[in-house]
Ligand binder design. Structure first.
Ligand code: MLT
Length: 405
């Protein structure tokens, strides 16, 4: 008789953003006339840059002609895109990453969720608390997380509390850990990390032969010069870190899908190259990202593309400022939103995160993300995104202020 994977059975019933979607759908069915403004899931609203659309249309034309048609592409991505990434995202910043250390994929969610395939099941996983749920749930699916205890989390995962008093930065774990997931600028808290602070983690990983799985999906939102855009700006990181990047939030690709992972050749553990292992995994499990999409991603690096992308990021950062300043003025305690599209606020009057979610939806029609959905450490906090339009962001702030004053 067929057996299902019991690791999946142990998972909480559904993924955080699906829970929220279901709750909001039920609410709108009961309140069809209420205007809803969504500042929940980090999904962009600005259209793709014109330079990207043009490149994708041209590529689609090529696919329609026998002379320029292409079938399967290279699993790790076309050279034109890997070269452009290496040159603009790394070499231009003085970071020595080459094209064959870059693996193009359909998303940082897929990559951070699949990277565990190349690591042994007995490794100890450390995550921040609160945390992007993908790191935890995918390790649970793999059987690396142990058992789930309501309110406490998984008993084999090492949770690193990120508290207000530490500006939401984790402290080094007290016990030895092997796989360390870090995300900066952070999802959900929106805080950044300085090079000096990140060096502590690189030194730890080098000393303990651990690996840092560094999610830099929000690097394009960095505004402060002391925040590194890549972990490889820290000396030694090429020997102990994998970096994940995405075109989703940077260039509006949440629906188009394109991202990449950086796996330096210096990453050798157990005498095995991680670059080769990931290449083996990817070439077995995927056939790459479509040619049309990769041409679109390449155009992000063109002069026109860069201009448009920067304007979009500035637009979202301005929304973040509107949220931050509007709520601060109304007496809320607010973090993030300076190097990040996420604003992290303390729920008023000691409300739980879900109580605040319900109240905000009922009183103001605003959808956010409850901090406790990112782990026990997020309880009492709430995340708002700056990815809606400026008009909706202003309206949402006004409604929140009215509802809670
Ligand atoms: C979020 O809202 O945390 C992100 O949109 C999730 C994601 O990128 O998968």
């Amino acid at each position: 008789m067929l057996k299902v994977n019991q690791n999946f059975v142990k998972l909480p019933a559904s993924y955080l953003f699906v829970d929220i979607k279901n709750k909001v759908n039920a609410f709108t069915e009961q309140n069809p006339d209420m205007e809803i403004i969504r500042l929940g899931i980090g999904d962009v609203t600005r259209p793709l840059p014109k330079a990207v659309v043009k490149a994708m249309c041209d590529a689609a034309e090529e696919m329609g002609e026998a002379e320029t048609f292409r079938g399967y592409g290279p699993e790790a991505g076309y050279a034109f895109l890997r070269d452009a990434i290496a040159k603009h995202d790394f070499q231009a910043r003085g970071v020595d990453i080459s094209a064959d250390e870059i693996f193009v994929s359909d998303g940082a969610k897929s990559d951070t969720g699949s990277i565990g395939d190349i690591f042994g099941i007995d490794n100890v996983v450390a995550v921040c608390d609160p945390v992007y749920p993908v790191y935890v749930d995918t390790n649970a699916m793999a059987g690396r997380a142990g058992d789930y205890e309501e309110g406490r989390g998984w008993n084999k995962i090492v949770y690193m509390p990120c508290k207000e008093e530490n500006n939401f930065l984790p402290e080094l774990p007290a016990q030895p850990v092997d796989m360390i997931y870090l995300c900066f600028p952070n999802n959900p808290s929106g805080v950044g990390i300085t090079k000096a602070e990140l060096k502590i983690w690189v030194d730890y990983a080098l000393a303990n032969q651990s690996i840092i799985l560094y999610d830099a999906a929000y690097e394009a939102f960095i505004t402060e010069p002391e925040m590194p855009h890549s972990i490889y700006e820290v000396e030694g990181a090429k020997k102990c870190a994998i970096e994940f990047r995405s075109f989703s939030k940077t260039a509006g690709f949440t629906g188009t899908r394109c991202a990449f992972s950086v796996i330096p050749k210096e990453l050798v553990y157990d005498g095995v190259s991680l670059n080769q292992l990931w290449d083996r995994r990817q070439s077995t499990k995927m056939n790459g990202v479509s040619y049309v999409v990769q041409r679109g991603a390449e155009a992000v690096y063109s002069e026109e593309g860069q201009k448009e992308v920067r304007a979009n990021i500035a637009y979202y950062l301005n929304n973040a400022k509107i949220i931050r300043e509007g709520l601060q003025k109304a007496g809320f305690t607010v973090y993030g939103g300076v190097n990040s599209p996420y604003v992290w606020l303390k729920t008023p009057a000691g409300m739980t995160s879900w109580e605040f979610f319900d109240l905000l939806l009922q009183k103001a029609g605003i959808v956010g993300t409850p901090g406790s959905g990112f782990g026990a450490g997020g309880e009492g906090f709430f995340r708002l995104t700056s990815f809606n339009t400026k008009e909706n962001t202003e309206k949402a702030v006004q409604k929140i202020v009215e509802a809670f004053s």
